[in-house]
Design a binder for this molecule. Structure first.
Ligand SMILES: *[C@@H]1O[C@H](CO)[C@@H](O)[C@H](O)[C@H]1NC(C)=O
Length: 329
């Protein structure tokens, strides 16, 4: 412990310059299986999302608002998991679980950025589906390229600004030890619990910012899906209704899990039972949604599957003909 805390005596006060992320240290016998699972998840997430973003950019049939949003979501998911998983993987491998003071708050900031961007981008995607399904005749005029660019840029801007407020505020709290964070990322609640100063204002601010980051997109998403379901229920053909409903319900499931766990962790009061469960809930929105989102949004989509098949069929004959030169393509 001593070596991780650089103690600086200042008026009887010791200042923490490094935090220890306990992560899954309470399960020492499971470190290797957890490492293998998380490494696999990280590789699938990055590879899958790169594939989707490349397909969107490369295939002109996918140059439509819905796929642009999907491509942006894929890029976002790569950034998002890369703020947490590499650090977690590294600490699962080694005995050293420390993270520097600035590293911790950088992770806190960037994680907040991408989480907030994701909330807003998911709501933009649901709005896009709402216009396509409920106002099909106006889709082309409403979702013009200008609005489309604005709608894909806005989530990134909101995501960059909102968490900056909380990260700035949290990094100015007093930390005088202990410095062990009982979590696998530098998150707000575990950090606040370590602070030795006045945290009431920071807590209030966090609640307000959390509310601004989660509630508007959540309300927009729920309203969009309510209108979509309402429209779908009116479709006379049974098989069409089923098909539309299955696409929509898979979106709804991932969206519910993402927002639901975010709300449980960031907006419910921090009781003892919840605190233990929070680590598990956090796994849902830090690791599982980035892996499943793009697949659920793309693989249930016929145009997308065709584009992927086409892209693959281009490569497969070349590979058989050129043998081991394939990696040069
Ligand atoms: C992100 O959205 C913008 C604007 O709609 C689009 O031009 C861009 O191609 C998208 N990026 C990806 C990777 O799909």
């Amino acid at each position: 412990m001593e070596q991780f805390v650089m103690k600086k005596e200042r008026d009887n006060e010791t200042l923490v310059t490094e935090f220890i992320l306990l992560g899954f240290k309470t399960l020492p016998e499971l470190q290797t299986p957890i490492f293998v699972i998380f490494l696999a998840i990280y590789m699938v997430t990055v590879a899958g999302n790169i594939l989707i973003a490349t397909a969107v950019l490369a295939d002109h049939r996918l140059h439509k608002p819905m796929y642009f949003f999907l491509g942006n979501l894929s890029i976002l998911e790569i950034c998002y998991t890369s703020t947490t998983l590499p650090k977690l993987l590294a600490s699962l491998l080694s005995e050293y679980h420390g993270i520097s003071f600035s590293g911790c708050f950088l992770q806190f900031y960037f994680f907040g950025c991408f989480a907030c961007t994701e909330c807003y981008l998911l709501s933009v995607m649901s709005y896009d589906r709402y216009v396509a399904i409920c106002k099909p005749l106006h889709y082309v005029t409403l979702m013009n390229s200008r609005l489309c660019v604005q709608l894909s840029v806005a989530p990134w801007i909101i995501g960059a600004v909102l968490p900056a407020i909380t990260a700035f505020c949290a990094s100015h709290l007093d930390f005088c030890g202990p410095n062990e964070i009982d979590h696998f990322i530098c998150d707000y609640t575990p950090l606040l619990m370590l602070s030795c100063g006045e945290t009431q204002q920071a807590e209030m601010l966090m609640t307000v910012v959390g509310f601004a980051g989660i509630m508007p997109p959540l309300i927009l998403t729920l309203t969009s899906y309510a209108c979509i379901i309402n429209t779908i229920l009116k479709i006379p053909s049974n098989s069409c209704r089923k098909k539309a409903f299955s696409t929509c319900s898979s979106h709804l499931i991932v969206v519910t899990i993402f927002y639901g766990t975010l709300i449980i962790v960031y907006m419910l009061p921090n009781t003892d039972t919840l605190r233990d469960l929070n680590k598990i809930f956090s796994l849902c929105y830090t690791i599982l949604t980035p892996m499943f989102n793009p697949f659920i949004y793309s693989l249930r989509n016929r145009d997308f599957k065709q584009a992927l098949t086409k892209a693959f069929s281009k490569f497969v004959p070349e590979r058989t003909m050129e043998g081991n030169q394939m990696h040069q393509n």
